[in-house]
Design a protein around this ligand. Sequence first.
Ligand code: NAD
Length: 495
Amino acid sequence: MSTRLWHDRATSIKIDGRAFINGERVNAVSGATFDNISPVNGRKLTQVARCDTADVNAAVIAARAAFEDRRWAGKSPAERKKILLKFAELLRSNGDELALLETLDMGKPIKYSLSVDVPSSARCIQWYAEAIDKVYDEIAPTNDDTLALITREPVGVVAAIVPWNYPMIMASWKIAPALAMGNSVILKPSEKSPLTALRMAEIALEAGVPAGVFNVLPGFGHEAGSALALHDDVDCIGFTGSTRIGKKIMEYASQSNLKRVWTELGGKSPNIVCADCPDLDAAVAAAIGSIYFNQGESCNAPSRLFIEASIKDQFIEKALAMIPSFEPGDPLNPATVMGAIVDHIQLNSVMGFIESGKSEGARLLAGGNQVRVESGGYFVEPTIFSEVSTSMRIAREEIFGPVLSVFTFTDLDVAIREANATSYGLQAGVWTSDIRKAHKAARALRVGTVHVNQYDSDDITVPFGGYKQSGNGRDKSLHALEKYTELKTTWINLA
Ligand code: NAD
């Protein structure tokens, strides 16, 4: 579709910002709403229900009732599978609408909403649907006169609290395994990007997910989010977001019913390129492509680049040559690869980091400016700093924007030590032709995922999550099913 056609569709698209509880669109109990502003042009898209404790209570009652009468948990895995496969199919057939909502809501290029966000979300739902009738329980090796069954049961009411950077994908990583295992789910999308989550709930109902099983509460973290995390009848929280809020969620659980808390938090991922890297062009393309993908708003973005000193000049020259292809453009133009920053708060935060890099003495090699101001949207140039020291803010804190910090090293052990010298531990990259060096580095890096001679591979089949303050859970893969199940032992006397 052309840029013009996307703009035409953007002006005519119908957007409903009401909450979704018990199979119905509803206003917040208080009647309150908040403005949903598009980062593409700074204009208001719609009003969204501002849910708070009263709405959380209503959603929990609906979700609990659905769980207790077993309208979903009581279906056979094969029945749940059929419905979830339909859900995935409907996400695909509504793909243009969902992609447009995603782009208007959070600013990412339509090219990627269409080719990444919608298909990945559908594949995630489909993958867990296909998995659920292949998961077997266990019988323990006990004496002949007893039988000990070890069975997985759904946890009950699961709250999923998710961020704004990949709204559909982050939601799918939680709701797919939770629904697959028979739980009821209450999803709280970010206040910055609630629109696709609300449509997903309508589509799930259309696919046959019974009313009350999948509810969506838009609203602010300190209102709807904290009320969910403090609620005594929520059994489990799957949280993705910042480390700061992840800590709060754990506090809320301890202040209430000790609900299970799974966290997927921030990152400051290192990418180490040795002089014996097998393909320098590929290393440059991955380093640059991965930091600027999604405007740098990715938890696993390789934001700290460690280059062996002898290849630094060559690497930087090639990197700078790639920068023009990442100039921010109109997110509704299908050729654009770098879109808008999600809102003015995040824009100011990213620009604040750029200013701190300059004032703390890092060398600005590219970018550093806000651009396309006349569009009314929020755009930042792809930015590179070199001569960054480990004490600078841009070296220590997660920026969550298109800013790369470059360090040099002469000793791989020192580079690994510096790479690990962060409270985060999400992902890392290492580039070398020497399998021993690669393996040694992969073992030494304290992160959930290590990439060797690549950075951007990803698939629903592998776990995604972090060490240290990057969180305690793993989304994706069969391991995610464990988060949303209880293990029960049943002893049967056969004597
Ligand atoms: P955030 O922590 O500000 O918000 C995340 C969610 O928590 C939102 O829905 C928000 O409304 C809610 N929230 C905020 N305050 C709350 C409170 N007091 N109680 C309950 N809920 C509350 O994060 P963000 O800015 O939306 O997202 C960016 C962060 O997410 C980054 O740190 C990024 O690294 C991280 N992230 C991690 C992963 C991962 O898999 N590890 C994936 C994507 C994003």
